[in-house]
Write a protein that binds this ligand. Structure first.
Ligand code: DAT
Ligand code: MG
Length: 140
């Protein structure tokens, strides 16, 4: 079993798509290990996306990710990281395969509904950003 970290981004919450997106995730075979609704500040959003600090879109990204509540989750499945990236689709929804979460629900590259970790190593780091060890214990 592998874990990945996702965030239903503020646009997902604003568009009332939390349930629709979690339905896609569960139907694809992922177990929800941990979940909460929270709100990033500009500082914590900036820290989460620190790897993109030098990119031209960084300011816009931090502003968007702190613009409203979001729903981070730890997910578990065999091959979770790669399979979840396939489920969400390309960063730019215009390039995303048909039926992927971003193709179905996202409006733009900047506001693309959902995050997915890019490696198991980063998934563990990102899980620790939102959840304590006790919150990340699978109980079902
Ligand atoms: P992903 O979220 O698919 O892993 P990423 O890690 O390259 O993509 O970028 C993180 C987020 O930053 C992405 O979900 C949306 C935003 N972003 C990336 N490239 C962008 C761009 N060219 N213009 C605006 N926002 C961008
Ligand atoms: Mg990424």
């Amino acid at each position: 079993m592998e874990r990945t970290l996702t965030i239903l981004k503020p646009d997902c919450v604003r568009k009332q798509l939390i349930g629709a997106v979690i339905d896609k995730i569960e139907r694809a075979g992922f177990r929800v290990v941990a979940m909460k609704k929270t709100r990033l500040t500009p500082d914590t959003a900036g820290e989460f996306y620190a790897v993109h600090r030098e990119r031209p879109f960084y300011g816009e990204l931090v502003e968007f990710m702190s613009s409203g509540p979001c729903v981070p989750m730890i997910l578990e499945k065999d091959n979770a990281v790669a399979d979840f990236r396939t489920l969400i689709g390309a960063t730019d929804p215009a390039q995303a395969d048909a039926g992927t979460i971003r193709q179905l629900y996202a409006d733009s590259k900047g506001e693309n509904i959902i995050h997915g970790s890019d490696s198991a190593e980063n998934a563990a780091i990102e899980a620790g950003f939102f959840f304590s060890a006790e919150e990340a214990v699978r109980v079902n």
